[in-house]
Design a protein around this ligand. Sequence first.
Ligand code: 5CA
Ligand code: ZN
Length: 409
Amino acid sequence: MHAWPASEVPALPGQGRDLRIHDTATGGPVTLDPGPVARIYVCGITPYDATHIGHAATYNAFDLVQRVWLDTKRQVHYVQNVTDVDDPLLERAERDGVDWAALAEQETQLFREDMTALRMLPPQQYIGAVEAIPGIVPLVERLRDLGAAYELEGDTYFSVEADPRFGQVSHLDAAAMRLLSAERGGDPERPGKKNPLDPMLWSAAREGEPSWDGGSLGRGRPGWHIECVAIALDHLGMGFDVQGGGSDLVFPHHEMGASHAQALTGEFPMAKAYVHAGMVALHGEKMSKSKGNLVFVSRLRQDGVDPAAIRLALLSHHYRADWEWTDQVLQDAVTRLGHWRAAVSRPDGPSAEALVDEIREALANDLDAPAALTAVDRWAVTQEQQGGTDTGAPGIVSRAVDALLGVAL
Ligand code: 5CA
Ligand code: ZN
């Protein structure tokens, strides 16, 4: 599928910093050394409803990862999927009496528009599950031939025991895994499975559901984890730098994905860092399509909210924190944006050199966007209260905020 248009990323004076980021698998910070082309895979949406602030917050985190890399003069190879066929999408289409494919296309298009408005850099490959099917089938066949997958009443399951490192991403015990598996698309109660946690790789065609040719697997549709593995391995290969998503993807999605990839290739690891964003809540509960407690990016835009203010609101929380969306969060961002815009629209100001360094240092330190915002606030206050004589400074600040934080002033 096509992605969305890229906004320019201005080049900045001085030296970018290498990213240190928290890796869920090792439980600590890692300094990434990606080489000239950094490789990142970020799990995309399941397009059965519009993009909400929680999604946007997660994509914002991985947009910052790329901006830090670009600032070190690296290129970025960014891949994202769209889970355009899966149970929740089919259930929503059925509930609303609409065609599932049309629903997916409509919500994916809205996502593109939201991402463009928020100045999120687009992936080079934006791949739907449906278009990935011809690549998924041979991988499932290979897993089966390797003894890492088995058939159950026409469905094909991955055997978690095939990966000696299973558990390496989440480090959860079996009971916790079982609970999360049931909550997040698994079927631990199904009789006949070798291990209750084993996830579906290929689901045999069911009455009234879409299905595709699965070669020796029979007609059916792909499981969720193998979708991302197939797309990531196809475009990035093993050992890419960052696998990203929200913290609700740690288990089972990223755990299973890592095991699939390792069982398939015999290599380790699939990703050098597994990076997870915290959950955004509304009214005390995780914002989620299934619960319906949502604030949509598109709705805010329709209501006339400046996307730059939405982005600043996202940036005002550390990406790993769980936080609550409130009107006040947005109001504070609108106020901050006003101050910043006033500060950069003067012909001169205090030197920007130290500020650019501070933003770089903050982001390189596990994407500490709130610290970066505080640094810009300080410059803006000095500008307001004392002004300055550096004629290049407002332009540099404006470009730095754009290049590193994705906010156009
Ligand atoms: N299609 C799969 C990934 S392959 C999926 O999880 N889709 S999703 O639409 O449910 O979520 C898209 C991304 O938004 C995921 O990374 C998910 O972790 C993240 N996300 C979902 N809800 C929230 C939330 N409330 N706060 C922060 N991130 C969220
Ligand atoms: Zn995924």
